[in-house]
Write a protein that binds this ligand. Structure first.
Ligand code: COA
Length: 352
């Protein structure tokens, strides 16, 4: 590691050099933001992050000049043991040990704050970053195939993980047996009584019931009990103009399940499951299958490239429906959720 490195927290004025990093074509190839980005936009984003305090940033200085930074995004609910990591170094300082120094500090901070697992995403062909991550023990756990469009082609987004403290106890493999047996029972016909539609203000009681329903299969990171106020905020947070949608399955006025998803902007152009909950006591296979068919229709209508779903391995009705609808599995994020006192793997499925 470079000996002249110093570390400090992020300041609003870091926008002055961050604007150079974000607009450098060599750096931007590997970042999820698209340039040109103004200094004002970056400054506002830093301001918001400093005010909210949900992200922890560390800045590295080399010979008194800012050289790069790392950010840790901490999860909540069933993902409260997880932090996602992102880093970038100014091009003139590449290969001088800044990235390695930042990673060492980030792992130390994550441990201090009680985090058990670090996750990160890195695009195919980012050899430099990949080598850095592997040096610190990160392993590829899953990938989104054809996830991001850069320089004329679709590239994979590799998801890498590192346990920084033991994630124990892990779910026993025997608890997953049901998921694969259930395949045989998969219904061939969908129930004509299931109606997929938008949510209305009148459905709030039903959403509240489903979000607290103990007998449900879900991808959710929510931990019940969910209050009425939280349910209302969640409902009001669905905004089509921000790419946040929800498809809901009803039988008359009864909510059988919902699929909330996000439309990712450029350079992704994909749909991602945010949360799926299905009532196990009300035809869960049919409901899951109907909702997944509905998001495929949405993709087709608006021309999105792919759909990605992140589902705990224990949510068998959803996994069976994904397979039935032609989704393929591209890995599992190990111990990504904490459910019923166990760390549970989350499987990644992509379509087509
Ligand atoms: C990836 C990045 C953060 C690495 O930062 P850095 O300061 O260059 O990293 P370091 O100097 O500590 O080098 C770390 C490791 O990278 C690898 N590396 C360095 N130069 C390399 C090169 N030319 N080719 C391939 N790997 C290289 C080495 O394994 C090195 O470790 P080692 O010297 O102990 O063997 C930096 O290049 C960057 O900001 N890239 C653009 C943005 C980005 O890709 N961010 C990550 C998104 S996932």
């Amino acid at each position: 590691m470079s000996s002249g490195l110093k570390f400090r927290s992020l300041l609003l004025d870091d926008a002055e050099w961050a604007v150079e990093v974000d607009n450098d074509p060599e750096v931007a190839k590997y970042k999820i933001s698209i340039y040109p980005r103004t200094e004002h936009e970056i400054r506002e984003a830093i301001k918001q992050q400093l005010e909210e305090g949900k992200v922890k940033h560390i800045v590295a200085e080399l010979e008194g000049e800012p050289a790069g930074s790392v950010g840790l995004w901490f999860g909540n609910g069933r993902q409260r043991h997880i932090a996602w990591l992102g880093m970038a170094v100014r091009r003139k300082y590449w290969g001088k040990g800044v990235g390695s120094g930042l990673m060492k500090q980030a792992i130390k901070l994550a441990k201090e704050l009680g985090c058990r697992k670090l996750m990160l995403g890195t695009f195919e062909s980012n050899e430099r970053a990949m080598r850095l991550y592997k040096k610190f023990g990160f392993e590829i756990e899953a990938y989104e195939d054809q996830s991001v469009y850069i320089d004329g082609s679709w590239k994979k987004d590799y998801i890498m993980g590192l346990e920084v403290a033991p994630c124990e106890p892990k779910i026993a493999p025997s608890s997953l047996a049901y998921a694969f047996k259930a395949d045989k029972k998969f219904p061939q016909k969908r129930s004509a009584d299931i109606d997929v539609r938008q949510l209305t203000n009148r459905d709030l009681d039903e959403i509240y019931r489903l979000q607290n329903c103990p007998k449900s299969t879900k991808s959710s990171s929510k931990v019940p009990p969910v209050t009425r106020e939280e349910t209302k905020r969640w409902y009001e947070g669905l905004k089509s103009k921000e790419g946040k949608y929800c498809l809901s399955a009803f039988e008359d006025k009864k909510l059988l399940g919902y699929l909330a998803f996000r439309a990712s902007p450029l350079p992704f152009q994909n749909l991602k499951f945010e949360e799926m909950i299905v009532d196990v006591s009300q035809n869960p296979q049919e409901t899951a299958d109907t909702l997944i068919a509905a998001i495929k229709d949405f993709k087709q209508r608006y021309g999105y490239h792919r759909i990605f779903a992140y589902i705990p391995e224990i949510s068998s009705a959803i996994i069976n429906a994904l397979k039935h609808q032609g989704f393929s599995n591209t890995g599992t994020m190990k111990c990504y959720r904490f459910i019923d006192a166990h760390y549970v793997n989350v499987a990644l499925y992509g379509y087509p």
